[in-house]
Ligand binder design. Sequence first.
Ligand SMILES: [Zn+2]
Length: 384
Amino acid sequence: MFLVEPHGGVLVERFSKDNLGKIQEMRKLIVSHEDIINAEQIAVGSFSPLEGFMGKEELESVLKDMRLPGGLVWPLPILLQIKDEKAKDLKVGKSFALCVEGEEDVYAVLHLDEIFNYDLDKIATEVFHTTEEAHPGVRKLMHNGNCFLGGKIDLVKRFPSSLKYFELTPKQTRLIFENKGWSRIVGFHTRNVVHRAHEFIQLEAFERLHCDGLFIHPLVGPKKSGDFNPDIICKCYDLMVSQFYPKGKVLLGAFQNYPRYSGPREAVFTAICRKNFGCSHFIVGRDHSGVGNYYQKDGAHKLFDELGYIGIKPIYFNEVHYCLKCDQYVESCSHSESNILQISGTQCREMFKKSKIPPAWFMREEISRMIISDINDGKEVFVE
Ligand SMILES: [Zn+2]
């Protein structure tokens, strides 16, 4: 039994070997929290085979062909974008210490080998299918400057987070999977607390594919206002693992990453990341990584089909519904519309804010109670 190979064949690991004194002497470059997250994930191998931020040739190849220059599928630009004035006196060939505003700590070292400009509209059109600033990904791209720094990175320190305990690296998950003797592992990506529809999809995929294990891997990076806070997401899943999922068959990890809202391209990217974590299969829902109405609901499914086998097998799910007559979640059934029950994310949030427990077909009562109890304790359950 073997685990799938990392994307490109080798799991990247880039930790700085320089002593702290030498790093402290490097010129500091203030970057965003998201840039540090990218640097960390590159360094621990989640984005293998990337070893750093993309240069112009890589960017063009990714935009045009969804492949790295060597031909390996890679759909999403991973860029270090800064304002022109900040790039003015940076020198190619030098190393820079990456920090965030207001902190002394150095998180990563960038070995700068390229500084370039690029047409932002072109990036937006390819990646987000729009140049409208109403799109959160476009808005961020348009306001972060028109200068990009390419070069390898080395990690100095992982970004602190209350969820580091759950933030397993690809090397760690691979070790766990090997020790458990798993090779068929289905990965699940989410930005939400667990509800019955997701539980249905996870277990359905696990059983249908005769998997050895299920890897639950919620995003825990920066979120947008109104989203569930990552702490409560992990806490709820932790309860699921200890009480409700098949015993010993489910691993919970947390993925320090952030939504890019780039729909189909991001769906493939998130699958490649899970391949690096050791998953052989990956659940792809409808409008995976989408936002608003910018992408076709089955766009991700189509893109996977176009790209062909990428070393991890996507498992498609359409929207699932709870049917009163079937008394369970179904992908489709013969009963009429009037038997289909649904609760939207917004409705669910409103219920919680009023300490009202949603129906058990929608969410396990133990999960609902945990969320309401955290709200009553004054914890930040929703991102402000
Ligand atoms: Zn039915």
